[in-house]
Design a protein around this ligand. Structure first.
Ligand code: ZN
Length: 398
């Protein structure tokens, strides 16, 4: 038996006036997802548990069958897993952004999407100047890096309240610094980073080129290594993850899944949809399970770009869902699950905690008479998972 999960990040949406109160999924031409709805069934699922923020890592953890309330410990540990940094039990891993500040204001959470090459030099420079045998920095991709604090730095670090830098654009730094016992340790590191980064020649050049300098670090998203059972132990299946997004890859590594890099997978509109589908089919030759994630519809949602969102959904349907269905249709022993992780509505331009829906098709799943793959059809379904992580149990064991 083969199990395939296809995630169109942020695909779900609200009815939109310009579309005669239809959603992008209703308007987009999606013959393959419609086939799944007609020949299989639709249902609804709550992927963002109460009190957690609607982040993709939380939602995808639910989809993979793990209760985020139990297992989500923050972005830092996922970043560490993605960078191949092994955490010890007492280590606290922080996500470390390179940011741009002007006066007291945070003006760019990504330092102009700084190149990985420039960023690595700056992060090593920070590690050299601020690092100790208990504090270490690791360079990642573009503005996204890692800091690991060992036992002895401060016992309270794990519980500090830290702001997400993308939530405080245009706001003052001072009132958004970490809070709680032990916060002064982090605040000092962030303030010292500013002193040494401002003068660095990479930043001087960036300013000359009218690019945003990476003149401060921002530490947040901290947590300890999550104690999660491996996917193979939980479900008895071997599997692979295909995604362009670091956090999803990190999640895959923590779960012991093989993480496949597809050369043309960009995490943006221009991603190689077909390349991802082919990589998934190849992986299924010797694996039982594949999780394929496409970021593009989410990006279109963040940009408020309706046309790009519909295009991304149509490409996902044709090149990912279609390619995989076509290859598997003649085989009998498979099941396919297609869903968004959360909604990224065009009107909101960010993730929401709304209940989303899924389509499921394959062995032992009887057709239930749904007319197409969209939000409104799914509301008619009596299949609902209030605990999102229980959907995977159903998908595999039903
Ligand atoms: Zn997402």
């Amino acid at each position: 038996m083969k199990y395939i999960v296809l995630v169109g990040d942020g695909m779900a949406d609200y009815p939109i006036k310009e579309l005669d109160n239809r959603t992008p999924l209703e308007v987009a031409r999606t013959p393959n997802m419609d086939f799944i709805a007609k020949e299989g069934r639709l249902g609804r699922v709550k992927t963002i548990p109460d009190k957690l923020s609607p982040a993709s890592d939380v939602a995808n953890l639910s989809i993979l069958g793990y209760d985020p309330h139990k297992f989500y410990t923050g972005r830092g540990p996922l970043e560490a897993a993605n960078l191949g940094v092994e955490l010890e039990d007492d280590d606290v891993a922080f996500r470390c952004n390179l940011i741009t500040v002007l006066g007291d204001k945070l003006i760019d959470y990504s330092a102009g999407h700084i190149s990985s090459k420039e960023a690595a030099i700056l992060i090593r420079f920070i590690d050299h100047n601020l690092g100790t045998n208990r504090l270490k920095w690791y360079p990642g991709v573009s503005y996204r890096h890692l800091m690991v604090a060992k036992r002895g730095v401060d016992e309270h670090l794990e519980n500090l309240q830290c702001q997400q830098p993308h939530d405080i654009i245009g706001q003052g730094i001072l009132r958004n610094l970490p809070r709680g016992d032990g916060a002064e340790v982090l605040i000092e590191l962030m303030e010292n980073s500013r002193k040494i980064l401002e003068k660095h020649e990479i930043n001087q050049v960036r300013i000359d080129l009218k690019e945003n300098p990476a003149n401060m670090i921002w530490l947040w998203g901290q947590g300890k290594k999550p104690a999660m059972p491996k996917f193979a132990d939980k479900y008895g299946l071997s599997g692979s993850v295909i995604s362009a997004v670091d956090l999803i890859k990190g999640l895959g590594r923590i779960l012991g899944l093989e993480v496949i890099d597809v050369p043309g997978a960009t995490g943006y509109y221009d991603t190689d949809y077909l390349g991802k589908a082919k990589a998934a089919l190849k992986a299924l030759m010797d694996k039982d399970f594949v999780f394929l994630h496409v970021e593009a519809p989410d990006e279109a949602g963040h940009n408020g770009d309706l046309r790009e969102k519909i295009t991304a959904i149509e490409r996902f349907d044709q090149l990912v869902v279609g390619t995989i269905l076509h290859a598997l249709k003649r085989k009998k022993n498979f099941r396919i699950l297609v869903l968004p992780d959360h909604a990224t509505p065009i009107s909101v331009r960010t993730h929401t905690s709304d209940i989303v829906f899924f389509g499921i098709f394959g062995k032992d799943i009887a057709a239930r008479g749904f007319s197409g793959y969209n939000e409104k059809e799914a509301v008619k379904s009596d299949l609902y998972f209030a605990k999102g992580h229980e959907l995977m149990d159903y998908f595999i064991k039903f």
